[in-house]
Design a protein around this ligand. Structure first.
Ligand code: SAM
Length: 337
């Protein structure tokens, strides 16, 4: 028997090829294979005709995915969903399909191809590679925008423990600034039946919020406002939530956003930032890889405890507390100075 290669060698080779798995998963998500298997196992010939693909090639894709735990390969070239692929179904409450599609969308791949430009210059890779930032790109490509918004809904639903991590019930009105299509507002209001909310995001995003709000039965209690947080945000809330917003932006842009929020707040209102706090050396891969994604895609960064306190101060806020909100996020509370 030969000597197996060292573990580190095998791991590095796996890392070098990891993009192939991402792309294969994305193709299966785009083809809605998990939806096609929702009623039970099907032959690959049947799946190919349902998805308008080449049967022998679809077989190669699916057997490769099944070999790493996504779908189960059965006898005679047929496949079934398994616990992992169930999450690719578009009717799953925590469907990862939009996130998989968003991470592997063509413009994101193009941006990641310019990571070396970012590392050499410190500049945002997407702006360099696409000629515009991702927000503008998504405004011009409504399908890309809808996929991103759907991914954000799933990611917000997947972090419901954030709602229990803070006493949101103590605020009669909350404003979710950059709240997407309302998944977080729905989670908070569902727990607090008398609470009201303002949902604020870009006009082309909030226009798609009503179905999400209606499905949660909170539409009567939510005022939906379209605009840009670089121009100003609505007044009148007791708590202003910035969930996964500031990590999208440079420090200078964050100070602009914070100053605009500060201007709309009464002295008694509170700011609640939900974002990652970067952990110590050699730990916390989630925050550190999300940070690279911000470098490449959105153009922002993840921040350490000290960086958060300093940034808030620059934006006119006194830091009050930081607490773990979920496995991947912290809740930072601040008051206007
Ligand atoms: C990373 S997503 C987070 C969405 C939501 N807060 C959540 O946690 O799921 C960032 C959000 O910021 C919004 N956004 C980007 N630029 C904006 C602007 N200039 N004004 C208002 N919202 C903006 C995006 O439309 C998007 O919904």
């Amino acid at each position: 028997m030969g000597v197996p290669p060292p573990r580190e060698f095998t791991e590095l080779m796996g890392l070098a090829r990891a993009y192939q798995r991402s792309q294969a998963l994305a193709v299966a998500a785009r083809l809605r294979i998990a939806d096609a298997l929702a009623a039970g196992p099907r032959s690959v010939a049947d799946l190919a005709s349902a998805t308008d693909t080449d049967a022998p090639t679809l077989y190669r894709l699916l057997r490769a995915l099944a070999s790493i735990g996504v779908f189960t390969e059965l006898a005679e070239r047929s496949f079934a969903n398994n616990p992992a692929s169930e999450y690719l179904r578009s009717d799953h409450e925590l469907s990862v399909a939009p996130a998989v599609e968003m991470f592997c969308a063509g413009y994101e791949w193009t941006a990641w191809g310019a990571l070396d430009h970012s590392v050499r210059t410190g500049e945002n890779a997407a702006t360099h590679a696409l000629g515009m930032d991702v927000w503008e790109y998504r405004r011009h490509d409504p399908e890309a925008g809808r996929t991103f918004d759907a991914a954000m809904r799933t990611l917000a639903r997947g972090n419901r423990d954030e709602v229990a991590a803070h006493d949101f019930a103590s605020y009669p009105v909350i404003a979710d600034i950059g709240g997407g299509t309302g998944a977080f507002v729905c989670a908070v209001l569902s727990e607090n039946p008398r609470q009201r909310a303002i949902l604020f995001d870009q006009p082309h995003v909030v226009v798609n919020a009503p179905p999400t709000l209606a499905a949660a039965g909170v539409e009567e209690r939510v005022e939906v406002v379209g605009g840009s947080f670089f121009d100003g945000v609505p007044p009148g809330a007791d708590a202003y939530v910035l969930r996964r917003i500031l990590h999208d932006w440079t420090d200078d842009a964050c100070v602009e956003i914070l100053c605009n929020v500060r201007r709309s707040m009464t002295p008694a209102a509170r700011l609640i930032v939900i974002d990652a706090v970067v952990g110590p050396p050699n730990e916390d891969p989630f925050a550190k890889w999300l940070d690279l994604m911000m470098l490449v895609s959105a153009g922002g960064r993840e921040r350490t405890d000290e960086e958060w306190v300093a940034l808030l101060a620059e934006g006119g806020f006194r830091w009050v507390s930081t607490a773990a909100a979920s496995a991947t996020s912290s809740m930072i509370v601040a008051e206007p100075v």
